[in-house]
Design a protein around this ligand. Structure first.
Ligand code: PMP
Length: 324
């Protein structure tokens, strides 16, 4: 009999029909994203080190897929979970966390990092104050990249029978690209090229750190101040090059995966695919981090795209017909 958490990882690699690219479908993890891997890995690691004990409380400052992954693991393994979030967070995300039984604590949005109520600091305070509290700290937790070295990398190597030549992924904490990329480089004797796909203006690709439309990937910090702020989970030495992708291209690529391949994925998958389809190589693998279900009112919505100015040119052909 399989336990729920045994289903984390082991996702399929599918060959796309319209481009010579193989896609790793991370939305097929039980919690719906690539972050199930890091969430489970960080919890198991904390259990092993004694940082997290039975009846303890997991704390993290994220509204994203890591929060959902941790809330899933917390529910399945009998921990409490507290998510600290900026008060601008969409209500659907709060509801999803609450559905897993997580406690949601809101702090004012847009506080500077130094402020004691900034999400990260507030989360740390809760972890320190609650008996049995433990903060997962995905940006600086080595168990995050390590799980990709241990699982995602070998899975891609085996599924391609060692033929993979290029690996393309987005960079949020950096855990995915660092761990997977390092494994593939080691396994291939340095032959595999590891390529980052970064939303335009994100600081990883050298942008100015100003806001961009794609959620959950990229880095907002100004590159001139970013150097000592790169997350520990991001290993720059593994990444050969980074391409910056305009939001319009990410959205277009995301929508085309749904319409031409039958893959309903999120915006960061669009960013990664926009790069992967331009890479020439014998065996290009792209990792698609999550499902499009969470973004039906964004990237997959004609109205949202039109408002953002993304719906012209090629995208016009995607407008739903209106019966008058
Ligand atoms: N895309 C999505 C949808 C994500 O949730 C994340 C994780 N924040 C990423 C990309 C980036 O993954 P990583 O944190 O492993 O770099």
């Amino acid at each position: 009999m399989t336990g729920l958490l045994d289903l984390v990882g082991g996702t399929p690699l599918v060959r796309l029909q319209h481009t010579a690219v193989h896609a790793k479908l991370e939305y097929l993890n039980p919690g719906g994203s690539v972050k199930d891997r890091a969430a489970l890995s960080m919890v198991l690691d904390a259990e092993a080190s004694g940082a997290l004990r039975p009846g303890g409380t997991i704390v993290e400052g994220t509204s994203g897929n890591t929060g959902l992954g941790l809330a899933q693991v917390a529910a399945a393994r009998g921990y409490r979970m507290v998510c600290v979030l900026p008060d601008k967070t969409a209500v659907e995300k709060l509801d999803a966390l609450r559905a897993y039984g997580a406690e949601v604590v809101l702090t004012p949005s847009a506080l500077p990092r130094e402020h004691p109520n900034h999400v990260m600091r507030y989360a740390q305070r809760i972890a320190d104050d609650r008996p049995g509290g433990w903060r997962a700290d995905q940006y600086d937790n080595p168990a995050n990249p390590a799980v990709h070295f241990r699982t995602t990398g070998p899975e891609i190597w085996e599924a391609t029978e060692g033929r993979v030549t290029h690996f393309v992924a987005t960079i949020g904490t950096g855990g995915t690209i660092s761990g997977t990329g390092r494994y593939l480089k080691e396994a291939s004797g340095g032959r595999v090229r590891v390529i980052g796909a970064d939303p335009v203006t994100s600081a990883y690709g050298g942008g100015d750190g100003s806001p961009f439309a794609v959620e959950a990937a990229g880095h907002y910090v100004h590159p001139q101040t970013a150097d000592d702020l790169w997350p520990e989970s991001y290993h720059r030495d593994v990444v050969d090059e980074i391409f910056s992708v305009p939001d319009r291209d990410s959205v277009h690529a995301c929508r085309s995966l749904a319409r031409t391949e039958g893959l309903l994925v999120g915006g960061s998958s669009g960013t990664a695919f926009a790069v992967a389809r331009q890479v020439t190589g014998d065996c290009v693998v792209v990792l698609l981090p999550d499902s499009g279900r969470a973004y039906l009112s964004k990237y997959h919505s004609d109205t949202w795209c039109r408002r953002q100015g993304f719906l012209d040119g090629d995208l016009d052909t995607f407008v739903s017909p209106v019966v008058t």
